[in-house]
Design a protein around this ligand. Structure first.
Ligand SMILES: *Cc1c(COP(=O)(O)O)cnc(C)c1O
Length: 335
């Protein structure tokens, strides 16, 4: 089966499993798991920040970040297609008491100039804007990389208005692989950063919220409140440490395969290869649900996101032969 629905479908490699089973562990709620502590220290250092907090999911890391920056009854600004408002089950409102207002841009690509007019400064008659969240790469936008100049402009804006900045960096690894921008530069621009170890990096479970020491201490309280205090989580952290050490450099292979996939399918009118920047290929196929069902019968899985569109993602469990098979199956079906 060539599973292109998501980059979350990978299984640990034998070497990663070996790192997991040989991990030193302890009770992480007591702060005594050496593997979790090492992972947190390594991730913080990578992003040039003081601390990191290991979480079971990216949604939890995002929601902790938002709760650190925005109090109940205050407002977060973000893109209309952002994961934090579309795919986290209303958690910002339900659990954080946070209201959200969104901007709309093509492919989710940040345009910092659009945001300044949206900001509500503290006053007695309008909801106060406290923070802005940005997704990089942008998932539903199609793996869009946020331009570093726009991120710098956003930081300048946030400084002027004293706003918090949260980076949903579930796929920041792919942004780095595509641009070479160092992780520490992203870390320097944002107050809180979430990253996923279970997407392109291929760990089975785990995310991190990366921030300063004071916020990290508060993050541990919020994490426990959300039910995210884990015990011998070092077995999972060991997979994350292995992924950070070994699976970042290979992401360029996923990007090359996504390019090849998009260029091969483009002549059939299902995608625009010029829009593919990382490992996500958005496909537009009328009646895609039927095509996806037929493709699955021939060993290729693609994800359906609407009546006429979906996506195909590359990751380390897909090789060149898998891509060739997917191209053949999908192009035959849409022809
Ligand atoms: C996958 C993803 C997350 C986190 O998802 P979980 O399934 O909760 O780990 C957050 N943001 C983006 C953009 C994502 O794609």
């Amino acid at each position: 089966m060539v599973d292109l629905r998501s980059d979350t479908v990978t299984r640990p490699t034998p070497a990663m499993l070996e790192a997991m089973t040989s991990a030193d562990v302890g009770d992480d709620v007591y702060g005594e798991d050496p593997s979790v502590n090492a992972l947190e220290a390594e991730a913080a250092a990578l992003f040039g920040k003081e601390a990191a907090v290991f979480t079971p999911t990216g949604s939890m890391a995002n929601q902790i970040g938002l709760q650190l920056l925005v109090r109940p009854g205050e407002e977060l600004l973000c893109d209309v297609k952002a994961h934090v408002v579309n795919f986290e089950m209303g958690a910002a409102a339900a659990l954080g008491g946070i209201t959200t207002r969104t901007w709309t841009v093509p492919n989710g690509r940040l345009d910092a100039a659009l945001i300044e007019p949206m900001i509500n400064l503290p006053n007695p008659y309008a909801t106060t804007t406290r923070a802005i969240a940005v997704e990089n790469t942008h998932n539903i936008g199609g793996g869009t990389v946020q331009p570093i100049e726009e991120l710098r402009a956003l930081r300048a804006l946030a400084d002027v208005y004293d706003l918090g900045l949260h980076l949903d960096g579930a796929r920041i690894w792919n942004a780095h692989a595509a641009t070479g921008v160092p992780f520490s530069e992203y870390g320097g621009l944002f107050d809180t950063v979430s990253v996923c170890l279970s997407k392109g990096l291929g760990a089975p479970v785990g995310s991190l919220l990366i921030t300063d020491a004071e916020r990290a201490a508060r993050a541990r309280v919020i994490r426990k409140r959300l039910g995210g205090g884990m015990r011998q989580a070092g077995f999972l952290a060991a997979a994350g440490r292995y992924a950070l050490a070994n699976h970042i450099d290979r992401l360029v292979e996923d990007h090359a395969r996504a390019q090849h996939l998009a260029r091969s399918l483009e002549p059939f009118g299902v995608c625009d290869a010029s829009q593919v920047e990382t490992n996500i290929v958005i496909v537009r196929i009328p009646g895609i649900a039927k095509v996806a069902a037929a493709a699955a019968e021939q060993g290729v899985r693609i994800s359906v996101l609407g009546p006429d569109w979906g996506r195909m993602l590359t990751h380390y469990d897909v090789d060149d032969a898998g891509i060739e098979h997917a191209v053949k199956v999908v192009s035959d079906l849409v022809r």
